[in-house]
Design a protein around this ligand. Structure first.
Ligand code: MG
Length: 399
């Protein structure tokens, strides 16, 4: 059973460094308040059951209106923040429902958090009690004296930059706050409070995109990142192509039966110029159809001696190369083979593996089904085998 986890979002900053009239968390990012971007991510994370938002007292009404306007259903409480971040997080902690086991503390000003990173931190915290996102320091770090001179270069091998979320078991976090209060300790983050208590915290690899918006330059960077996401989404949806292929070959004695590149033991085989692999032919035609580039016969004519007896997987490879040239990636394939005999079920996995390898996609992207026609028609009379294929292609974004 997954633990009951709640998010605490301290949004107490008043945006002094931003020179804004509104606190930065309410200022728009691509037309939507920064805080809403952050909260939407928690809405989309199944493991999070409630969200406690901590805002300056004078902005509580505005926050409440925003929650309604953007239909954020997981925000259960909006509580006033304190002077320091630590006070705000503590206020949030006190407002959590009693059944919550893990507190997921996340900066309101990190809108590029993802459900996947939240869940990775939560899984690590369930194991160790506490875990947080962080990334290795990239820049060379210098220690500088008050006089503005470099004292030394700090070994950055073991230096990590703290991010959020910081996920802590609620009882540990309560204890950390109690000890901090007793000893007048102020930490810059929750990890600091745990360190003060002498408790270890696991580090989870964060993301370079999980930036904290602190300066006007950060806001520009965030706008650019959002615009890129939007463009990628558009190019993916705009560039979807569907294709259909159908093929049939006659069954004769004295020929091998090859389906999806796999040699299948049977007393008859398919007749044709190449290996007569009806399944692969239907798939190639579906791909060419999605690309609007004609059919297999146009690209590899029967009259061309180069293709006599060739494995149809070679043709499939060339068709896939054609798709790649047009910057299309294969999303998925669904093929139905119509054959009275032999039984294909025992061979389907091997065929999928062969095709996935040639098409360079995951096994899950290749579906192969087989059916009989209950003795009806040419397939039912075992005069031949036919195959239907559909494919979906997606245009790759220009890098
Ligand atoms: Mg054919």
């Amino acid at each position: 059973m997954s633990p009951r986890a709640a998010a605490i979002i301290p949004a107490g900053g008043i945006g002094r460094r931003m020179g804004l009239t509104l606190p930065k968390q309410f200022s728009p990012l691509a037309g939507v308040p920064l805080l809403v971007h952050t909260l939407r991510c928690f809405e989309n994370t199944p493991a999070i059951v409630e969200v406690v938002l901590v805002v300056p007292e004078e902005y509580r009404n505005q926050a409440a209106e925003m929650i309604v306007a953007y239909r954020l259903t997981k925000v259960t409480r909006i509580v006033p923040g304190g002077r320091e971040r630590q006070d705000s997080v503590q206020a949030g902690l006190m407002a959590l429902s009693t059944e919550i086991e893990f507190a997921v503390v996340h900066d309101a000003a990190r809108p590029f958090i993802t459900p996947a990173l939240i869940e990775r931190c939560l899984i690590a915290a369930v194991e160790a009690g506490a875990a947080m996102a962080a990334i290795p320091v990239k820049d060379t770090i210098k220690r500088v004296s008050d006089a503005g001179r470099i004292e030394n270069t700090v070994d950055r091998q073991r230096l990590w930059q703290a991010q959020t979320p910081q996920v802590i078991r609620v009882d540990l976090l309560r204890r950390a706050f109690a000890v901090a209060a007793e000893t007048d300790f102020i930490g810059t983050d929750e990890a600091g409070l745990l360190e003060h208590l002498g408790l270890p915290m696991t580090v989870v690899m964060g993301s370079e995109r999980n930036i904290k918006i602190t300066t006007p330059e950060d806001l520009l960077l965030a706008e650019a990142l959002l615009m890129k996401d939007e463009r990628d989404r558009e190019s993916l949806v705009g560039g979807m192509r569907i294709g259909h292929g159908y093929d049939a070959h006659r069954l004769v004695v004295g020929r091998p039966l090859v389906l999806g590149g796999l040699l299948i033991p049977h007393d008859t085989g398919l007749l044709g110029h190449s290996d007569a692999d009806v399944l692969t032919h239907a798939l190639c035609d579906a791909l060419l159809g999605a690309l609007a580039k004609g059919d297999l016969g146009k690209h590899f004519p029967d009259s061309d001696p180069r293709y006599a007896g060739v494995s149809s997987l070679v043709l499939l490879e060339q068709v896939m190369a054609l798709a790649a040239e047009s910057r299309y990636a294969l999303v998925n394939v669904d093929v139905t083979v119509v054959a009275q005999k032999p039984k294909l079920a025992p061979h389907i996995l091997a065929i999928r593996e062969k095709l996935a390898r040639v098409c360079r996609v995951d096994l899950e992207a290749i579906s192969i089904k087989a059916t009989t026609t209950e003795g009806m028609g040419f397939t039912g009379r075992e005069e031949g085998i036919s195959a239907h294929a559909v494919v979906l292609l997606a245009k790759l974004a220009r890098i």
